[in-house]
Design a protein around this ligand. Structure first.
Ligand code: AMP
Length: 122
């Protein structure tokens, strides 16, 4: 997509140091890291959310497992643990409209989400 920053990164049009790459996916460090390890993994082909993936994206989906495994090993968080997180759409809090997964680790990350209220519990 013409104006998509992550498409440009994936295509090599914005100079970015990749921590991992193959023909389907690239991974790079988040510019505003939330943990000692904060890597963003994206498909090279544009899709906005997981809901936009189709048959053409099977290559990306199989790359993903390998990417996560190898990045976690290389970053030294495979044994201590890490979190994979993907914000999708408005309620998911997605800021960059190109599908991506965050790999976070290097410290105890705490609960998955903060509970909104004691009354509702969710
Ligand atoms: P979100 O869409 O909320 O899952 O978050 C998008 C993430 O992309 C944020 O953590 C940003 O800091 C990160 N980000 C945005 N632009 C860049 C960039 N050019 N290079 C690296 N990370 C980026």
């Amino acid at each position: 997509m013409a104006d998509c920053v992550f498409c440009k990164i994936g295509a090599g049009q914005i100079p970015t140091q990749f921590v991992w790459q193959d023909e389907h996916a690239v991974a790079f460090r988040d510019i505003r890291p939330l943990a000692p390890t904060h890597v963003v993994i994206i498909p090279r082909r544009h899709a906005q959310t997981f809901g936009d993936l189709g048959d053409r994206d099977s290559g990306f989906l199989s790359s993903l497992g390998k990417a996560i495994r190898e990045i976690a090993e290389a970053e030294g968080v495979a044994a201590t643990g890490y979190r994979i997180l993907s914000n999708n759409g408005h309620d998911g809090g997605q800021e960059v409209p190109h599908l991506h997964l965050h790999l976070l680790g290097g410290r105890e990350l705490g609960p998955m989400l903060v509970r909104r209220s004691k009354e509702s519990g969710v």
